[in-house]
Design a protein around this ligand. Structure first.
Ligand code: ADP
Length: 541
């Protein structure tokens, strides 16, 4: 027997319809790419996204077609998502931090038909255009006054483009499992792989994220997604903020400490989300300038492990609650949040910040387990490491255009992360499965050693890799960049780490370098580092 409730598919444009009805005048403020602060509201965003939908349709964009965006977080980028998905087409966010060949690869792989791009990226795209045969038209996200001279095919200023439509248009209606968005993983190994979100997965994911223990959003909030729309759906905020009527403050291209601080203060931001590097920039800016935060109450931090110093500074110096989150492109991207439960509510001081180092527990709609190499579940004791496996309605079951199974028999996706889960359900990422150091049959977490080393005041960046060892199989090598004008020695850093980790985890050697290789998205590129130190011999070998 079926229930007698209405069939109301979870479609993305319902979010902007809702926001425009119940929160019509709520602001969407952006630092525009052209420079000035731009103000609009959800009612206008909806009208303009309808115009874009209508205009795209006139250009022959149909159900299932891909429309790429190469853009910062602004109102135009936001409304383009609603406009594109409102006719059943698919937004494909291209990450400008990818290498040029990767950008060409993913646009061709997705066979995008139109590319919407910010002024910033015109020179880059002009350079690549001859290698982008599927793109029929380039729409520059600006107005006629700022439109550059360009060789790009059928180029038009976005404002002119959408003004050719009047917005007298109805959203298309279709199944909620229809594809809505596409984002390629950054690809530390091999070619980037396309993750294909559906309307349903994006909406369920956003509905999960707004809850009090997670991003905790309400109509009283002013939310600043510093995390880019091209970085895995800006962690749901393009959907979850309008879904509850929270105002949005979009930072555009300027993500340095001073620019982030001025927007936070000028626009009365209450909640924001970004990767640790952005917050380090902000905290350093506040330290040197003596500036404070007067409205910010809560930050979400993830994308890579959040250094303890960030959590402690925000919470103890500035009174800002930190929610450490973990996720990945394949998870839409949120998979866990480090929120307090009654079981952990009494923790304070060091014990509290030990907990907050963890990536947290899975919310409803994410099933999580750790497993050994044969897929057997491992105990939740906070000590046993295993492959982190997840399952749920906003977790990928395959990659676009790749015909390979990616789930185990029970439907779990192997995240490629290695983690522990404790008795209260809190998960701690201890490594990537490729990066964990296998010493004498046991695993050493490279991330834990790196976090410890960067806690030294003279260390700017640290990376740990396994080096072949005749007796132990692999032993850790610590690679360090020191801060300018600091003279740190091997003995000093080892003395600093000693006693804080098991003795057998101590690095066998330390090398000082000027540069550590990074992926296009700013993560340490361990494959390149391992290659660089391939012939390195440890003094203990
Ligand atoms: P992103 O878009 O966040 O870079 P990717 O899919 O490229 O997503 O990378 C996801 C990976 O980033 C995760 O598998 C994990 O290794 C790492 N990661 C994300 N958040 C955290 C976190 N809070 N702590 C540690 N590692 C994290």
């Amino acid at each position: 027997m079926l229930g007698l409730m209405q069939d109301w598919p979870l479609l993305i444009h319902r979010v902007i319809d809702y926001a425009a009805t119940q929160h019509a005048k709520r602001e969407v403020v952006s630092r525009s790419v052209e420079g000035p602060i731009h103000r609009t509201d959800y009612a206008s965003i909806r009208l303009r996204s309808l115009k874009l939908a209508q205009r795209l349709e006139r250009d022959g964009i149909r159900f299932g077609d891909r429309v790429a965006t190469l853009a910062w977080n602004t109102w135009r980028h936001l409304e383009s998502w609603y406009g594109i998905t409102g006719i059943g087409a698919i937004y494909h966010t291209v990450n400008p931090r990818l290498f040029e060949d990767q950008i060409v690869f993913i646009i061709n792989h997705a066979a995008d038909r139109i590319l919407l791009l910010d002024l910033t990226f015109v020179p880059l795209v002009e350079k690549l255009a001859s290698r982008l045969p599927t793109i029929e038209r380039f729409v520059i996200l600006t107005d006629a006054a700022h439109m550059p001279q360009t060789s790009l095919k059928n180029a038009v200023a976005y404002e002119d483009y959408i003004n050719e439509a009047d917005g007298d248009f109805r959203w298309a209606s279709f199944d909620e499992n229809t594809a809505a968005g596409m984002c390629y993983t950054s690809g530390t190994t091999g070619d980037p792989k396309g993750v294909l979100y559906s309307h349903r997965s994006n909406l369920l994911h956003a509905m999960m994220a707004v809850a009090p223990d997670y991003f905790c959003l309400s109509a009283m909030d002013r939310v600043m997604p510093v995390v880019p729309l091209f970085h895995a759906n800006s962690w749901s905020l393009a959907f979850s903020a309008p879904m509850v009527g929270a105002a949005l403050v979009m930072p555009g291209p300027k993500l340095d400490g001073a620019s982030v601080h001025s927007l936070l203060e000028d626009e009365g931001v209450t909640m924001s989300a970004a990767v640790p590097t952005v917050w380090l920039g902000l905290l350093q800016f506040m330290q040197t300038s003596g500036k404070k935060l007067s409205t910010l109450k809560h930050v979400g931090i993830g994308g890579s492990a959040c250094p303890r110093i960030i959590t402690e500074s925000f919470e103890t110096q500035y009174g800002v609650r930190v929610t450490h989150a973990w996720g990945m492109t394949e998870l839409s991207p949120l998979g866990s949040f480090c929120a307090i439960k009654p079981e952990t509510a009494a923790l304070e001081g060091k014990a509290l910040y030990d907990l907050k180092q963890k990536q947290g527990y899975a919310p409803f709609s994410v099933e999580m387990k750790i497993a050994d190499d044969s897929g057997r579940s491992l105990p939740r004791d906070g000590k046993t490491f295993g492959r982190l496996m997840v399952k749920g309605p906003s977790v990928s079951k395959g990659y676009y255009g790749i015909d390979a199974a990616i789930l185990d028999e029970e439907g779990f996706f192997d995240t490629g992360d290695v983690a522990t889960i404790d008795e209260n359900g809190y998960m701690l990422i201890t490594d990537r499965s490729k990066d964990v150091i296998k010493s004498g049959g046991e695993w050493i977490s490279s991330i834990e050693l790196e976090n410890l080393a960067v806690g030294h005041p003279d260390v700017a960046e640290a990376a740990v890799i396994g080096i072949a060892h005749p007796k132990w199989d692999e032993r850790p090598l610590l690679v360090i960049i020191t801060k300018p004008d600091r003279a740190l020695t091997k003995d000093e850093i080892l003395a600093f780490m000693s006693g804080k980790i098991a003795k057998w985890w101590m690095p066998d050697d330390v090398v000082f370098v000027d540069e550590i290789p990074h992926t296009a998205t700013g993560k340490i590129l361990k494959t390149a580092l391992r290659e660089q130190f391939r012939d390195y011999r440890l003094p203990t070998a």
